[in-house]
Design a protein around this ligand. Structure first.
Ligand code: ATP
Length: 228
């Protein structure tokens, strides 16, 4: 039974000046114990899927269809700095999260997120993009959510660090959690072997999905583009 499921989800955004169907009859299951990787060109709707799952759709959005989630959700936004308030250090905020949830220690969450301890006493805005992204992952891990949604978790990281973060996301899924990872990095998913399934989106729709080894051999130029 998937921990999270979108059924026929259509999301239409109308800002008054401009309107667009950003998700079009999307069906997506995120099973426990698995990493589901969501890929697709920029603007195709990946972050809207994350927003639908986390209840963060824009106020101008109208949706039909169904979103079903069992258990708790953790979310790592594409811009890690938005996971924190600006005027408290990251360390203080992680310690407060631990005080509230008690699931993971700050040390274990930082280690799993590959977040360097020596910047814990800095304010969020004084981190590099890659550091604050990993801090946001540590923050999401502390409550040990049943569903972890990560939006481009390794986009700002060097390849070696990105590799380690993917391995640790795999270990987290192996504890029984469902992980939905939005990414562009199909080659690294192949190299690490961490993903159970790849789901490709285009223009607000899911076009094809399956195990990475199958996806890599598809004769579909759109899918092939992600492996090069
Ligand atoms: N807050 C918002 N209000 C209105 N429209 C939005 C908002 N955020 C995104 N959109 C629109 O929704 C569509 C899907 O955007 P989304 O952010 O989901 O793309 P994405 O696939 O995550 O892209 P990227 O890989 O560049 O992050 C885009 O056309 C975008 O312009």
């Amino acid at each position: 039974m998937p921990i999270a499921e979108l059924s026929d989800l259509t999301v239409h955004i109308d800002t008054g000046r401009w309107s667009e169907t950003v998700l079009d009859a999307v069906n997506l299951a995120v099973p426990e114990g698995e990493i589901t990787a969501l890929l697709g060109e920029s603007g195709c709707g990946k972050s809207m899927v994350a927003a639908a799952l986390t209840g963060l759709l824009p106020a101008s959005a109208r949706s039909t269809g169904r979103v079903r989630i069992e258990g708790t959700i953790g979310f790592v936004p594409q811009s890690g700095v938005t996971a924190f308030i600006a005027d408290e250090t990251v360390g203080a905020q992680l310690r407060e999260l631990h005080r509230l949830h008690w699931a993971w220690s700050v040390e274990d969450a930082c280690a799993a997120a590959w977040y360097p301890n020596d910047v814990l006493d800095l304010y969020p805005g004084h981190h590099s993009t890659g550091q604050i992204q990993r801090a946001a992952l540590a923050a999401a891990l502390i409550p040990a959510p049943n569903l972890l949604v990560v939006d481009e978790p390794t986009a700002s990281l060097d390849r070696g660090t990105a590799y380690q973060v993917w391995i640790n996301l795999r270990k987290y899924a192996d504890t029984g959690a469902a992980v939905l990872a939005i990414t562009h990095d199909a080659p690294l998913l192949i190299d690490t072997g961490v993903a159970d399934r790849m789901v490709f989106m285009r223009d607000g729709r899911v076009t094809v999905a399956g195990p990475p080894v199958e996806m890599r051999t598809l004769v579909d130029p759109y899918v092939q583009g992600f492996f090069q």
